[in-house]
Design a protein around this ligand. Structure first.
Ligand code: ADP
Ligand code: MG
Length: 457
């Protein structure tokens, strides 16, 4: 049902302005479905009423066209003392749903993203364990927890899961969750409006309000996509002080990012080094088994019948991004429901052609190692082994660098293919080659020759 609800919302979204979509549709969270009643959450009561009057009828009419069943909707309202439940009757039949627990849900926290719905596999096990540890004992010694990895691999999911778990254990705590983009834009707008406001007499200025929101109020601060600070000097400075204030008062900070701190361009050293004070955890690309497990879990939640061979077909095709994996499942189930057929391997193969992803051609680390070894005329096992002399150490750095550039492997994964080296060795190899190639044109030409050869394979 979640998938169908998502489709109905998207079809209505296409008919409204992007500003209306962002303001009124996106903040409505889907919480669940109990057979005839859809549960939603609105950020406040006013929002709920506006949504009910202006958008819900169109969404329900679209949805009922798809499901051919009578549906009703109940709301939870996030920012009220007690969650009030209001029903919207979408058919003759009215269904009542039980109201939810009477605690104030931290605004911005997505209830879909919890630990239970996160599938654990080899490449996210450590990040998952670190997040759980922090959620169970916040602000002990692992602050900040810094989760990094590529797009669509579950960073936001884990960030919200930490927030939810802490909220469950400490409902009275202030859990502030914000995207870095939002932090930056509200900082800038507080600063701009502050100037305008300065002529007037006001007891609390906008800047004071902003600072108290992020430096004083939170017991836990969760910031998503911290790489957004790159190149934004004044916002970095503000975040530096936010970080210090919270750290000083032993509050828990969790950050997500698309890179390791050391690789963050345009972020000052004093901030990058603070990001390493606690615990750093990488999420890598999920292996086949994990991708299958994720698909099965999502299918179960959405009540989609997904045979094993179909799961295998989908999981083999979408390798590097869980969001794309989910999108493919949604696509298949929508197609199956429109055509009234079950999803078979043949249907899956045929219909996935239209959303074929742009996965790279499956270049392996082994292939890179062979190419580099033959170019430098060193033995393959020396390249992977522990020898330190220059004749093999230098090609090894290059092979590690190319592995990072040309595959989607994580640092630990690359390290393990080079005779079990630590991820920090790979990071340092990548940085060395980056630095050297900026100064040395002959190295640049070696890299370009090797890259061309590998891409032509
Ligand atoms: P990121 O923030 O890393 O770009 P997200 O956290 O937004 O990625 O994840 C993208 C989608 O994939 C979300 O819907 C999320 O629930 C799902 N997802 C990612 N990893 C997992 C996992 N291990 N188990 C279940 N769902 C996952
Ligand atoms: Mg994210």
């Amino acid at each position: 049902m979640q998938a169908l609800w998502g489709e109905a919302v998207r079809s209505v979204e296409q008919r409204v302005k992007p500003t209306q979509r962002d303001q009124w549709l996106r903040p409505i969270a889907y919480l669940g479905f109990d057979g005839s009643c859809i549960r939603l959450r609105a950020p406040n009561r006013y929002h709920k009423e506006w949504f009910e009057d202006h958008y819900l009828p169109a969404i329900l009419s679209d949805l009922q066209g798809r499901t051919k069943t009578a549906l009703s909707v109940t709301f939870e309202v996030a920012q009220e003392e007690t969650s009030k439940v209001a029903s919207y009757e979408a058919s003759e039949k009215m269904t009542t749903c039980a109201p939810s627990a009477p605690t104030v849900w931290p605004s911005g926290l997505d209830s879909r993203y919890d630990f239970d719905s996160f599938v654990v596999g080899n490449t996210n096990r450590f990040a998952y364990a670190a997040a759980r540890m922090v959620a169970e004992a916040p602000a002990s010694k692992y602050s900040p927890l810094f989760i990094y990895g590529g797009v669509g691999l579950g960073k936001t999911h884990l960030l919200h899961a930490v927030g939810q778990e802490i909220h469950r254990q400490h409902p009275e705590w202030n859990i502030t969750v914000v995207t870095c983009e939002k932090f930056v834009s509200s900082f800038i707008s507080s600063m701009l409006n502050q100037r305008r406001q300065s002529g007037q007499t006001s007891s609390v200025t906008l800047m004071e309000e902003f600072r108290s929101r992020y430096r004083e109020a939170p017991d836990v601060l969760l910031v998503d996509d911290i790489q957004f600070l790159s190149g934004k000097d004044s916002s970095q400075d503000e975040f530096f002080h936010t970080f210090n204030a919270l750290h000083h008062s032993h509050k828990q900070i969790v950050l997500t990012c698309d890179k390791v701190p050391a690789e963050l361009p345009g972020v000052e050293e004093r901030l990058r080094s603070r990001f390493t004070w606690g615990l750093i955890a990488e999420i890598g690309h999920p292996d086949l088994e994990t991708r299958m497990a994720i698909l099965k879990r999502k299918a179960e939640v959405d009540n989609i019948d997904l045979p094993d061979d179909v799961a295998l077909t989908v999981a083999s095709r979408f390798r590097s991004n869980v969001r794309e994996l989910e999108g493919a499942l949604l696509h298949l189930s929508a197609r199956a429901s429109v055509h009234g057929c079950t999803i078979t391997k043949e249907v899956a193969e045929e219909s996935l052609k239209s959303i074929a992803s742009s996965e790279p051609g499956g270049l392996t680390i082994e292939a890179i190692q062979r190419e580099v070894a033959s170019y430098f005329e060193v033995k393959l096992h020396d390249l992977k082994g522990p020898k330190r002399h220059q004749a093999v150490a230098y090609p090894r750095l290059i092979a590690m660098y190319l592995s990072r550039q040309l595959t989607r492997m994580s640092y630990p994964e690359i390290g393990s293919r080079f005779g079990g080296k630590d991820h920090s060795t790979v990071i340092s190899a990548v940085r060395k080659i980056e630095k050297k190639s900026a100064e040395d044109s002959s190295l640049r030409s070696v890299l370009s020759t090797l890259t061309t050869r590998l891409r032509q394979r």
